[in-house]
Design a protein. Structure first.
Length: 280
């Protein structure tokens, strides 16, 4: 039987659910921790993809980054964010314990998406509902994205050259967060979008899906990759942003260990988002 790798921490992981009522206090906590835990792993949940390019579009079929960005922009401009998951880690993979015998990650729940009125992809929303997202509670108690953006700007998560961002297939994730932080529709040009990603998130951004292109035998989504790497989910379910952010961190650490060794070879694969293969 193949031994299963369980990356640190071994202690129980608790997801800190963030709503409108505790948003400010949780950002104060994050601000106090970021200098000790400068690796930020992130995932988002959103209402699927509703604008799809034509199958006959040669630019999209040939993986043209500008064509992919055009599709991304059309969807992000139209739709609203549902969740953001954040995991903070130090360089050894340890999570904040807040002086307890547990470890903690964060899940931010937004009120912007209205399942009764907004456009969405039905299969995506039904999947999120099955995985435990309560859209009615989000509307009643969720976070206003404008307030989130204000607090995030001063949190140390962004505009901070000392942090590292870890993601999986994250072009849409960054699209939604850039839209939130700027309070505007996404830029028309891919180059301007990537400039904003670099301004906000710095020059140490890793997309595990891009890194996989240089790892033999790794393919598929996050759960499949982690199964191949023998990395277990420590808490929650798939398509819950907090749980997926932690799983993404562990996948990144295991890929570095198995496929890139203990040196810094992996750094040359930073600052490229899968599907938008232009250096940030």
């Amino acid at each position: 039987m193949k031994k299963t790798d369980k990356p640190p921490p071994a202690r129980q992981v608790v997801v800190r659910s963030v709503w409108s009522g505790n948003l400010e206090s949780e950002f104060l906590l994050i601000r106090s921790l970021i200098h000790l835990f400068p690796i930020i792993s992130m995932d988002t949940e959103f209402p699927g993809v509703v604008v799809r390019p034509s199958k006959d579009d040669p630019n999209f079929r040939q993986r043209d980054p500008a064509a992919h960005y055009s599709s991304l922009k059309a969807n992000v401009d139209m739709l609203n964010l549902i969740q953001i998951g954040i995991t903070l880690s130090d360089y050894e993979g340890n999570l904040p314990d807040l002086g307890t015998d547990q470890a903690y990650i964060w899940e931010f729940n937004f009120r912007d998406f209205d399942v009764a009125r907004d456009t969405y992809a039905s299969d995506s929303v039904e999947l999120l509902r099955r995985q435990g997202i309560d859209f009615e509670r989000n509307r009643e108690q969720g976070i206003d994205s404008y307030q989130f953006a204000q607090l995030m700007m001063s949190s140390g998560l962004v505009l901070n050259n000392d942090v590292t961002w870890v993601t999986f297939h994250s072009a849409y994730d960054f699209g939604y967060i850039v839209k939130c932080l700027t309070g505007r529709l996404l830029p028309e040009k891919l180059s301007e979008f990537l400039r904003l990603v670099r301004v906000f998130f710095g020059d140490k951004v890793y997309d595990v899906k891009h890194m996989m292109r240089f790892c033999a035998s790794l393919y598929g989504g996050l759960d499949r990759v982690c199964k191949s790497l023998c990395v277990e989910r420590m808490t929650g379910k798939s398509h819950q942003a907090g749980s997926d952010s932690l799983l993404t961190l562990h996948a990144w650490r295991k890929i570095r260990e198995v496929h890139f060794g203990d040196n810094n070879v992996h750094e040359k694969y930073a600052n490229v988002l899968y599907g938008l293969e232009v250096f940030i």
